[in-house]
Design a protein around this ligand. Sequence first.
Ligand code: CA
Length: 509
Amino acid sequence: MEDKKRTTKKQNRKISRRDFIGGVAAAASAGAFSLLPSCANIAQIMTIKRKRPNIVFIMADDHASHAMSCYGSKINKTPNLDRLAEEGMLFENCFCTNSICAPSRAVILTGKYSHINGVLDNYTKFDGSQQTFPKLLQKAGYETAIIGKWHLMSQPTGFDYWNILPGNGEYHNPAFTEMGKRKRYKGYVTDIITDFCINWLKNRKDNKPFCLMYQHKAPHRKWYPDKKHAKMYEDIEIPEPETFNDDYSTRSDAASEQAMSIERNLTPKDLKMDPPKGLAGQALKKWKYQRYIKDYLRVVASLDDNVGRLLDYLDATGLAENTIVFYTSDQGFYLGDHGWFDKRFMYEESLRMPLLVRYPKEIKPGSVNKDTVLNLDFAPTFLDFAGIAKPADMQGRSLRAILKGNTAINWRTSMYYHYYEYPSGHMVKRHYGVRNLRYKLMHFYYDIDAWELYDLQKDPNELNNVYDNPAYADVVKQLKAELKRLRKQYGDSDELTKKFLQEYLKKHS
Ligand code: CA
């Protein structure tokens, strides 16, 4: 009903000068014509402009795809996220270029690698004066908003409206900073962020397409559930992952020297109680895993409910049809895999991001894609749908052809990764690497010089480092050449790596 009214209102609306100019820009960038239009073109221009889709970008924080039932989770159900997969496209191979919170967010906003956008680690402030996709959308006539977790230290730029959690935010009775003004709210963070988004959608100006970044704190550490889900899973035991007892025997020292182990590094604060007296070794590890994973999944359950609430709103108002809905997380996460929590490593569970995209006009329901796509590609995709040409310095590629079900021409068959935050709390060593459709080569550096190679087809759990196996000598050679090619393509180098390392050590000494 609301949507019908809106359409009628739009049809009756007189064409303002601003609409006209905006329409010209949209049509020109869509390649409709190259000269100024005649009056007869105006109707056509307005049609093009009206068709520009809305964008709802939903991002969770640390939500691993193996805690989503549409990705085959063995430990929980996410019916609302599954709805997006059923009605849109599920990406099986979406990866981040640097698996840690702030850096991934900066990559998403800029469509550029960390070494270009400047956010290499969680200690660096995002330079908000640089080009971002929300700025480009705003300039092209989109109404833009960010609500929820921001985590980039500087104030958001390129948004008509912003209401963000300061820093990491809190789960219960959280404070928000709305356009620079801080206020505390009663309630649970995931519910509140969703309420704010729905309110913003209700009150927005109806003469513009919009881009809403709906960004959750959940399910980030320390995993405080809401009341509704506090007792979920209470009487059941959650299965442990296959690699729970990885002994790192074939790996470099990086895997054993990290500080994100379930057994050693989950604290009584994380677990909300002290371990029972006398528990040690494997028994303690098992106990800690149950405490950790249950809270993680309870927080995910509320996230799933709330995404459902927002999807219901889009359906009820008729917005769903012309709105692209993205669901992703800033990176993956270890859910006891390899005995860990947290992320950072280039191993699959944290490298992989969930990605679901729904847009009824162009995406076949229930489709699944296996191409190697990256968080780097999100910005170019949004620009493409908005009819804005991709700036030459953006490093990702639009996913639009893939979303339409076509094989994109010359799509990448390998991806480049670089992680920088070391030494730091979780002590995951600096490394970079390349992953192609079958293999992954990683190089750990700084206080170590170690290579690892995994054959993902024979060893999907990455338990068997075959770098020194002579049978893989040719593979190593090929992947090193590919790594070199990718580093050159994206403008990364040993010199830059050295420079960043020196700056980091100076800052943290
Ligand atoms: Ca994160």
